[in-house]
Write a protein that binds this ligand. Sequence first.
Ligand SMILES: [Zn+2]
Length: 81
Amino acid sequence: MRCPACLQSGLEVHATRQGIEGWIVRRKRGCPACGETFITVEILGEELEELQRAAALFEAMRNIAVDMTEPSPQKRSRRRS
Ligand SMILES: [Zn+2]
């Protein structure tokens, strides 16, 4: 991993926090070269795939919700008649 500000490698880890299940880890990192600090998240590959599936499902649900709140032109014309 490289510093997002100056692209130097050799970052320091200032703090590590584990999620409840232990498969997700947040690290506060610092760059000794430029002093930038930032947070990284590590996640198991298989859990990431699970999250991607959940995100796709969420997106599909959100699209359905939008369909219901914005009536289609056919529904509007039916209501008028
Ligand atoms: Zn840096």
